[in-house]
Design a protein. Structure first.
Length: 78
């Protein structure tokens, strides 16, 4: 049986988290925006590996200037 669209979408988000986690380890510093990708980003440290939050948003947990979960879409790639 073929996976549903929801299952395929969830798997794609999980792969996005896996790829991020291969490049960025817990304790690494990354730069993020808390809202729209405008202005200066801020440096934070990764507290926990990226994961899919509530089945719909890939996030990474950080500490520092911003604390909590940050959507991977708000992470500045080097």
């Amino acid at each position: 049986m073929r996976p549903s669209l929801r299952e395929r979408n969830l798997r794609a988000l999980e792969r996005q988290c896996e790829a991020f986690n291969l490049l960025h380890l817990v304790g690494d510093t990354i730069h993020v925006w808390s809202g729209p990708r405008e202005g200066k980003s801020v440096a934070v440290r990764i507290k926990y590996p990226a994961q899919v939050l509530s089945g719909h948003t890939p996030v990474v947990y950080v500490t520092g200037a911003r604390t909590g979960s940050i959507a991977l879409s708000h992470v500045r790639e080097a």
